[in-house]
Design a binder for this molecule. Structure first.
Ligand code: ARG
Length: 561
């Protein structure tokens, strides 16, 4: 319908093209100002006339039609009133149960590198964000028809493992590690650093153990493997709570036999330079610190493994885009690595390697129950959220069916929604009361709206409706809700373009608010069967779009709350 209005304007105004008109056309805040409004301020300069006058002249020239029933000047605006009935028919004809699913990504692959915690270290709130954002991007691209490879680039290689082995041998025990898991590994790791302050030979021992790992020493590798298994158990618990998974757990260690080839190619292409015994790629010309590729002792580092990973992924998955979701502090790292790939002669590095940074998370004035010291474990936050929702349910709705399942979905959903509600680059702070509120701009509010729609449908006893009489649902709130629903496919595209799940979370909030206005104005369970069916039809569509949009964020919807 928007396009029809644009066509009308385009036919009447020679001086502006469609794209310009599209940029100017507004949706008025109030129904009595029409469905679309065209402000004439910009034309004032072109025509050298007052905007009010231009509006009056335009409104006279533009003919009304079956679709646009009235065109009217109001001050400097030309207001367009849609034929509501035709509009409702048009929306209903195109919204089916796969509405939103698209094929623009067909045949293309996107790699998303996200979560990627560091073995033997706690999965902290920062990792929770990359996990939540990455998972949402996966759903968004998937919905657009892309093939997505979900890659967990575990931090499972590097000198820190040499330190851990030394620490384990000196101060650890099999039983303690087995029993306590990551907190115990962290404890001995911290202990290592304290002791190494006093005794530098510990660092030499650590280097030796890591050197052994790199040479394939059996004992070193079996201890390392065991630390990894212990850590993975913990991470997988978190992924299960978040209802998500990966296609590959190919961490840094996966590339350890693939870095030499990269170094070789860099050498051949004359890009390597020696600096204090180490090998670097000079990026001075691009205003960046050099990219360190090989340490003095010949070992590879984080950046080398990322370079190897890029070539591996390009060859293996032939990606159209490779996206990295990490904190903003890694901005330089990725800029360097991407530049090096470009300098190696791979043009695609410019457009197809993309860093997606995000801001910090903190808990506003709150305290979290932590397992040890001040370390905040993501798992504890998720559990705390679920347990608080459990309490709210016990108090407000103790007879609810499947209470535990609801507490899980809402507790986790609240965290995810809060994480994705603002632009990702912004810092996230939260208080439990705020994110758990059922009537703020929260996950529970949207989920509650979904459950409300489900409950309306249960009460009417109707689950499916065929054709309806569109003239029965042309009231303001019904049309407003349909306008929101109609936008869904476009919203998903914008979210993918900007790599920004908040586009979807803002959208679903709008749908929920619009649904609630509709709900308060329109009784659904009415005597008149035709009217009942017409309203139920709208409820069914709103319910479906809320569910599908929440799914794009990685949030599940309970049918009752
Ligand atoms: N393990 C890293 C960290 O925790 C994140 C890895 C991101 N991915 C990558 N390919 N470098 O900070």
């Amino acid at each position: 319908m928007r396009n029809k209005v644009i066509d009308l304007l385009d036919q009447t105004i020679e001086e502006l093209d469609k794209e310009k008109i599209d940029g100017i056309l507004e949706i008025p805040p109030k129904d009595d100002m029409g469905d679309f409004a065209f402000p004439c301020f910009q034309l004032a300069k072109v025509f050298r006339k007052a905007p009010n006058m231009i509006a009056t002249e335009l409104a006279e020239k533009i003919p009304a039609s079956d679709d646009v029933s009235k065109v009217e000047a109001m001050g400097p605006y030309v207001n367009f009133f849609l034929n509501k009935e035709n509009y409702v028919k048009e929306v209903l004809a195109k919204v089916n149960d796969t509405y939103g699913t698209q094929e623009i990504g067909k045949g293309k692959t996107v790699c998303i590198d996200y979560s990627s915690p560091n073995i033997a270290k706690n999965f902290h709130v920062g990792h929770l964000r990359t996990t939540i954002i990455g998972n949402s991007l996966y759903h968004i691209f998937d919905k657009l028809g892309y093939h997505v490879e979900r890659i967990n680039h575990l931090g499972d290689w590097g000198t820190q493992f040499g330190k851990l082995i030394v620490a384990y041998k000196k101060w650890g025990s099999k039983e303690a590690v087995e029993e306590k898991g990551i907190p115990e590994l962290l404890r001995i790791y911290v202990k290592f650093h304290e002791e190494a302050e006093k005794d530098d030979t510990l660092n030499d021992q650590a280097r030796e153990w890591f050197a052994k790992m790199e040479k394939g020493d059996e004992e070193a590798l079996s201890i390392w493997e065991w630390f990894k298994d212990i850590s993975m158990v913990e991470y997988k618990r978190i992924y299960k709570m978040l209802n998500m998974d990966f296609d590959h757990y190919t961490g840094e260690s996966f590339y350890r036999d693939k870095t030499a080839a990269v170094v070789e190619e860099l050498k051949e292409k004359n890009l390597l330079k020696e600096s204090e015994g180490a090998m670097i790629v000079d990026l001075d010309e691009y205003d960046m610190a050099p990219c360190l590729v090989m340490k003095k002792d010949g070992s590879s580092i984080y950046a080398t493994r990322d370079l190897a990973a890029i070539f591996y992924r390009k060859k293996e998955y032939n990606f159209d885009k490779c996206i990295y979701v990490t904190g903003l502090e890694q901005k330089l790292h990725f800029a360097q690595v991407f530049k090096v790939v470009e300098l190696m002669g791979y043009e695609w590095a410019k457009e197809n390697l993309i860093h997606v940074p995000y801001g910090l998370v903190s808990l506003e004035g709150g305290k979290l129950s932590t397992r040890s010291g001040n370390i905040v474990y993501a798992e504890d936050i998720l559990k705390e959220s679920v347990s608080k929702i459990r309490e709210i349910i016990a108090e407000k709705n103790p007879d609810l069916k499947d209470k535990e399942d609801v507490a899980q979905k809402v507790g986790i959903g609240a965290i995810i929604f809060n994480d994705l509600y603002n632009q990702r680059i912004k810092d996230v702070t939260f208080t439990w009361e705020k994110i758990h509120s059922f009537d703020g701009e929260t996950g529970p509010y949207v989920q509650y709206t979904y459950a409300r729609a489900a409950s309306v449908l249960r009460k009417t006893g109707i689950t499916e409706v065929g054709d309806i009489d569109a003239s029965l649902v042309t009231d303001e709130t019904s049309v407003a809700l349909l306008k929101e629903i109609e936008r869904f496919p476009e919203v998903i595209k914008v979210a993918a373009d900007r790599l920004e799940p908040s586009v979807v979370s803002r959208y679903v909030m709008g749908v929920a608010q619009s649904f609630n206005r509709f709900y308060h104005e329109n009784q659904c369970n009415v005597e008149d069967q035709k009217l009942k069916e017409a309203r139920v039809k709208i409820v069914i569509l709103a319910k479906q779009v809320i569910k599908d949009a929440l799914e794009l964020l990685g949030i599940q919807c309970p049918e009752q709350m």
